[in-house]
Design a protein around this ligand. Structure first.
Ligand code: PLP
Length: 466
């Protein structure tokens, strides 16, 4: 399987190379040249498989030729062994023909563990084979950093440096990063804001000469193809659990960078009968405006109670546009340049009509998000985190048929967002799961650094361990 860029001007890459690359050299994102196809019979025959075995079926065609099946099985098994639920991704019924897919049983209590546990093990496997060692560098305002750190804590070929704005991430989120004691894990608290951290990462990727003897940086943000690929699995899993593929199902997804819901779109493209894909957004609603009113104009970021969805431009949306524009790289190159410059804010009407056949969208502000958390707790004793509340409500608002199961993705555990949950009326700090109950007693380790790129880079160069 080869991977091509959405902007059409970069050479096609093998699976291994695509995992080690971030953006394509032409500025695009990598997508598979052809999407694997599964027949109704194939999918039917997977009913009842445990999660890991289903993952092997779904992922195999994407890595064909690169990783032998037995090795891939080993990577998958290692990736999901730290999940604290035997089902990995359990479904809970929340209404008539309506389900919550709990994706928060991984080590950091958010759905990003599905992709980043897998990516960590996959990278280490590829690097082992090549005899290569790399440095992961990333900036985080919350969920991504902790999931990436947990994903790499046992990697033999990777040092990971995560920058966070000093004093500006929540205590739970900081402690999930800084209490991981492996030598290859490095947390840097930068005396600046998230944008400062992000800019240092960008600059470092642009000029990697500060790294010793030929080490390269690897990106683990959500444009990494392997992350999307790992997320396709739970769409098949959930559909099979509620009667698919013999009946179509719908999904509602709290959306930020469009990686999660794009995996659902791919599952549909691979043969899974999916009726609706519902995008839930917070006040940062560019995707909702785009789908509902063909308005893709950028607005300043608003800080919301669902911070992992506070995103102005969803990078993975480009992968959808590539498909909607007939895989025409030149057209996407022009479109992205005009959208980024703000000279165009509309999509081609034919492309948009195509998208609307499957996508619908709904926007919740913080007040409505709190109301949903409170109502759901009152009516069903079920405590939602603010991101998952957006998914659930979007599914309810956009649903076209009550005969089709609606599966709403719950992307974080409520204990990750105690302030919001208590603002919704929950009477106490929501309890962390048992295995994490001592998070606030654990020893922390992190390095505080001034907001200065050369100091951060010098610290990194001096602290590489593998
Ligand atoms: C990252 C994240 C999202 C958004 O997912 P995307 O793939 O960026 O659309 C939603 N909820 C939570 C809790 C997240 O951490």
């Amino acid at each position: 399987m080869k991977y091509i860029s959405t902007r059409g001007q970069a050479p096609a890459l093998s699976f291994e190379d695509v995992v080690l690359t971030g953006l394509a050299p032409d500025g695009g994102l990598f997508v598979p040249q052809t999407l694997p196809q599964f027949s109704r019979e194939d999918i039917t025959s997977w009913a009842g498989l445990p999660y890991n075995e289903l993952a092997l079926k779904v992922i195999s065609p994407f890595v064909a030729g690169a990783i032998p099946a037995a090795d891939l099985k080993g990577i998958i098994d290692a990736s999901y062994s730290d999940f604290r639920h035997r089902a990995i991704a359990p479904l809970v019924q929340s209404g008539h023909n309506e389900w919550i897919l709990e994706l928060f049983h991984g080590p950091t209590l958010a759905f990003k563990d599905f992709a980043l546990q897998f990516l960590g093990h996959l990278l280490d496997y590829i690097l082992d084979k090549r005899g290569q060692k790399v440095v992961i560098m990333g900036a985080t305002s919350g969920d991504t950093g902790s999931a990436a750190i947990e994903g790499c804590r046992r990697c033999k070929n990777i040092d990971i440096f995560i920058l966070h704005p000093h004093g500006r991430v929540s205590d739970v989120q900081r402690r999930q990063m800084t209490t991981v004691m492996s030598d290859n894990i490095h947390n840097i608290a930068v005396e600046g804001n998230f944008d400062d951290c992000q800019n240092m990462v960008k600059a470092s990727f642009g000029d990697q000469s500060f790294l010793p003897d030929g080490r390269q940086l690897v990106a683990v943000n959500s444009i990494n193809w392997a992350r999307i690929m790992a997320q396709i699995v739970y769409y098949f899993w959930a559909a099979l659990s509620v009667g698919g593929p013999h009946r179509a199902v719908s999904f509602a997804v709290p959306t930020g960078n469009f990686g999660d819901i794009f995996a659902g779109y791919l599952a549909r493209g691979m043969g899974l009968p999916v009726e609706q894909l519902v995008i839930g957004t917070n006040a940062n609603d560019i995707l909702h405006r785009c789908i509902s009113a063909n308005d893709h104009s950028k607005k300043p970021i608003e800080h919301s109670l669902s911070p992992s969805m506070d995103i102005m431009a969803s990078s993975n949306f480009e992968r959808l546009l590539f498909d909607l524009y007939g895989k025409n790289g030149a057209a996407i190159d022009t479109l992205m340049a005009s959208l980024n410059a703000g000279s165009v804010s509309q999509l081609d009407p034919t492309a948009l009509a195509q998208a609307r056949k499957v996508f619908s969208s709904y926007r919740l502000d913080d007040a409505e998000t709190l109301q949903v958390i409170s109502d759901e707790y009152e009516s069903s004793d079920y405590l939602l985190d603010p991101h998952s509340a957006i998914g659930l409500q979007a599914g309810r608002q956009c649903r076209r048929s009550s005969a089709t199961p609606m599966i709403c993705l719950a992307t974080a555990h409520p204990a990750k967002f105690p302030a919001a949950v208590m603002q919704a009326g929950y009477p106490e700090n929501p309890a962390l799961p048992h295995h994490m109950a001592d998070l606030f007693e654990r020893e922390e380790r992190y390095h505080v650094e001034t907001n200065d790129l050369s100091k951060v880079q010098a610290y990194m160069a001096a602290n590489i361990t593998v």
